[in-house]
Design a protein around this ligand. Structure first.
Ligand SMILES: Nc1ncnc2c1ncn2[C@@H]1O[C@H](COP(=O)(O)OP(=O)(O)OP(=O)(O)O)[C@@H](O)[C@H]1O
Ligand SMILES: O=C(O)C(=O)C[C@H](O)[C@H](O)CO
Length: 331
């Protein structure tokens, strides 16, 4: 049966505030390198006051992924909450302008917080250290999930970060039920190793019972299966999930499915800002998968898209990804 949407994503809606800094600065402001830390508004204001010149660019992990699918011509929708404020307007504009359907109700006046933002500190090696003020995106609830939209999705894409919220688990459960009930598939990204630490039990249940396609990076999958042995973690994931797509930074990505395994090499690039590498990988992979490309090509397109995104500041693609795939001989 043909579905209206190739992919519907659900996640934390936010705008990135990206600033370059030296490694020493991370220590001075108490930021741990390479991970995502949750912060409150007071800390967001303080940190913002201490960083150098910054750029605001729409972000949100699943939203970045959906933007990539949409940029490739895929049919997409996104669910994530913003407020009727300046950052909320920027976020909504950029997603819709990219071609995604975005209809989530704005936060109400009672929900006393602002649109989420992520202060991203980018060190000279291109690594990104993220400091997330969730704001109203935390209030995403089952009421925001339209079962008809989920039923019209060939695949839904759930963001692990969104597990940090009181009603998000119920929202995800509602989305999964509607999608699977209509014969659609479920994909999940583990998002961050510390996010896995916080929600390991919930992730475990979801992987075992619902997830058809898993996205993770090396640290996340090792954290998920509580091992330092990457190969053991990959094997454990492949045992319970139909398709596993695991990235490994400059070593590319590993795809495991049906007892087979492929390696997609990373595409060499001068890395400017690693923000959104995994998001772009997932977006291109999901697009290629939805168009029926073999899994090894899905992985290669994922790496090519990630390479484009990390070649500049900001987590959304700036070049025509389809043209890149064409010139790389992938499509
Ligand atoms: N130094 C690099 N050189 C080339 N490609 C890279 C490099 N780092 C990352 N990539 C590309 O990005 C993909 C995802 O990288 P990684 O495993 O670091 O994901 P991630 O940690 O989830 O990213 P992020 O959380 O920043 O979005 C890799 O599979 C690879 O294709
Ligand atoms: O912290 C979150 O929930 C995020 O989604 C952070 C994103 O990875 C960040 O906005 C990247 O664009």
């Amino acid at each position: 049966m043909t579905k209206r949407f190739d992919v519907v994503g659900i996640g934390n809606a936010m705008v990135d505030v990206l600033a370059r800094c030296k490694d020493d600065f991370l220590g001075e402001v108490g930021v741990e390198k390479g991970i995502m830390q949750l912060i409150d508004m007071e800390r967001a204001v303080d940190l913002y006051g201490r960083v150098g010149p910054a750029r605001e660019v729409s972000g949100g992990s699943a939203a970045n992924t959906i933007a990539v699918v949409a940029s490739l011509g895929g049919s997409t929708a996104y669910v994530g909450k913003v407020k009727d404020d300046q950052l909320g307007a920027i976020f909504a504009h950029d997603l819709r302008a990219q071609g995604a359907v975005y209809e989530t109700a704005l936060a109400t006046a009672k929900q006393k917080a602002e649109t989420g933002r992520c202060i991203v500190l980018v060190t000279p090696d291109g690594e990104r250290s993220m400091n997330t003020y969730l704001g109203v995106t935390e209030f995403l609830s089952p009421d925001d999930i339209d079962p008809a939209q989920m039923a019209d999705a060939a695949m839904i894409y759930l963001e692990g970060y969104r597990f940090d919220g009181p009603e998000s688990h119920a929202a995800f459960a509602k989305a999964i039920e509607a999608t699977k009930g209509a014969g659609g598939k479920v994909s999940l990204t583990l998002s961050d190793p510390f996010c896995v630490e916080r929600h390991r039990d919930a992730f475990r249940e979801m992987l075992r019972d619902h997830v058809d396609l898993l996205f993770a990076n090396r640290d996340e999958i090792c954290s998920m299966y509580e091992t330092d042995d990457f190969e053991a973690a990959l094997a454990a994931a492949a045992e319970e999930i139909e398709i596993v797509a695991c990235t490994e930074s400059e070593k590319g990505a590993h795809i495991l499915a049906g007892g087979q395994r492929w390696h997609a090499p990373a595409k060499p690039v001068k890395i400017q800002d690693a923000t959104g590498a995994g998001d772009a990988f997932a977006g291109a992979f999901l697009w290629a998968y939805s168009k029926g490309y073999p899994l090894d090509l899905c992985g290669r397109m994922g790496c090519a898209a990630a390479s484009e995104v990390i070649s500049h500041i900001g987590a959304r693609p700036e070049a025509d990804l389809f043209e890149i795939f064409r010139s790389d001989g992938l499509v």
